[in-house]
Design a protein around this ligand. Structure first.
Ligand SMILES: [Mg+2]
Length: 170
């Protein structure tokens, strides 16, 4: 009888440790979240939703603009660390919006702009860099790739916010 009780206690302790490990793991995952303010420029409602969920999971604050023109308005009225810029959108595409933002900036690269593109043709990528985008992500996005990209540029800002950076030149 005593042994049985002892055994039960041991199991409970093991379960407790298990739960504790799980909680610690979750806390570690939480520590892993990023800090930053992002503008997601994307015309596709499904992509808005999925990318939004990923950003939420990464602890990122974000706003959504549905086309390049909206993106410029948001950028004029707010401060973002990074703009995730879809290439193909109605009204104004990502290349034109980036060109406009870069021409209005007092200090170049106050906001990092990362292209979102399903098309990874060298010529299109070059077009992105030519208008002043800093990097690109290919669609469909994956949370791990997105996270690494955000980490890269959020830490660039902290270290040398005013310096020009361009993956193509790096
Ligand atoms: Mg699009």
């Amino acid at each position: 009888m005593v042994k049985a009780v002892y055994f039960t206690v041991v199991v409970d302790e093991a379960e407790k440790n298990d739960t504790k490990n799980q909680v610690e793991q979750m806390e570690q995952d939480t520590d892993d979240t990023l800090e930053g303010r992002i503008l997601l420029v994307e015309d596709n409602a499904v992509n808005q939703l999925i990318t939004g969920k990923m950003l939420e999971k990464l602890g990122i604050q974000y706003e959504i603009a549905g086309n390049g023109q909206e993106a410029i308005q948001c950028w004029e009225n707010n401060s973002y660390d990074i703009i995730l810029m879809d290439m193909h959108m109605p009204i104004m595409d990502g290349v034109s919006a980036t060109e406009e933002i870069r021409s209005r900036e007092k200090v170049r690269n106050t906001t990092w702009i990362i292209a979102l593109t399903a098309n990874v043709l060298q010529e299109d990528i070059r077009k992105c860099f030519n208008v002043g985008m800093n990097d690109y992500l290919s669609k469909p996005l994956e949370i791990e790739t997105l996270k690494l990209m955000l980490l890269k540029w959020l830490s660039s800002k902290r270290q040398d916010g005013s310096e020009q950076k361009n993956s193509l030149q790096a």
